[in-house]
Design a protein around this ligand. Structure first.
Ligand code: KIV
Length: 277
């Protein structure tokens, strides 16, 4: 392929067509430079509401606002040219009614240029998913552990173990029937994730679910080792950038205190420059 070939950004219909095919690669991003790093490798980049905990130091995702999602969505959009961008609907922006959800989802699409929105919830959110998809807003669903429901779930526990599997299966059926183009399965037992993947006609995207899902997603700061406040079991660290950054900042502090930084090569003389500095 030539360097000038413009790759087509996948549409929600393209993502559905990938069901059962090569696994979908998905990551979160919240800023332009990280979006640029993910773009060549990912099918989908999610501007997750995890941004609240990862970049803003919030204790949960509950304090994330529409304004934050718009700002980070716009930043990520500037860094993408080939991956599809999905933006999370924050807590309180969609649960009240399908009408409220449409107004806020439409604002996210119009102000960030995202191809789709993601929202949390199963059976209870199916009418809202149907309302959005019938009005031209593609929806990625999110079931299993839904972090915005932390106060009613009572913790970040695995969902769908034992008899509770029936509830998660019903959620999966409901969001697929309502028209979601894909569904995130978070923190559900492997066997249940495989059953849902076999049962639904839309792709499942696992996070703490199963390698048999149609795709995988991780929070980018978790997999880069940049977010270290805690590490969920499912968050494999592919790099330790936080530890590298700590070493770099410590070295800088030492050199500043020793007056060995800045060195001559970082400084400017009085003479007019011969070449560009
Ligand atoms: O907010 C987020 O980053 C997410 C992913 C973990 C799926 O919802």
């Amino acid at each position: 392929m030539s360097a000038t070939t413009k790759l087509k950004v996948p549409t929600p219909a393209d993502i559905v067509a990938r069901k059962g095919g090569a696994p979908l690669v998905c990551l979160t991003a919240y800023t332009t430079p990280v979006a640029q790093l993910t773009d060549p490798h990912c099918d989908i980049v999610l501007v997750g509401d995890s941004v609240g905990m990862v970049l803003h130091g919030l204790p949960s995702t509950l304090g994330v606002t529409m304004e934050m999602m718009v700002l980070h969505g716009q930043a990520v959009a500037r860094g993408l040219s080939r991956a599809m961008m999905v933006v999370d609907m924050p807590f309180g922006s969609y649960e009240e009614s399908p009408g409220q959800a449409f107004r806020n989802a439409a604002a996210l699409v119009a102000e960030t240029g995202c191809a789709a929105v993601k929202l949390e919830g199963g059976v209870e959110m199916a009418p809202t998913i149907r309302h959005l998809t019938r009005r031209s807003i593609p929806v990625m669903a999110h079931i299993g552990l839904t972090p915005q429901a932390i106060n009613t779930l009572g913790g970040y526990r695995v969902q769908g173990r034992g008899e509770d599997a029936a509830r998660v299966l019903a959620d999966a059926d409901a969001v697929a029937d309502a028209g979601a183009f894909s569904v995130v399965l978070e923190k559900v037992p492997e066997r249940l994730a495989d059953e849902i993947t076999a049962r639904l006609a839309i792709p499942t995207i696992g996070i703490g679910a199963s390698a048999g899902c149609d795709g995988q997603i991780l929070v980018v700061d978790d997999m880069l080792g940049l977010f270290t406040a805690f590490k969920p079991k499912f968050a494999k660290r592919y790099a330790m950038l936080g530890a590298d950054a700590d070493k770099a900042i410590a070295a800088y502090a030492e050199e500043v205190r020793a007056r060995s930084f800045p060195a001559p090569e970082h400084l400017f003389g009085d003479a007019l420059p011969e070449a560009k500095e």
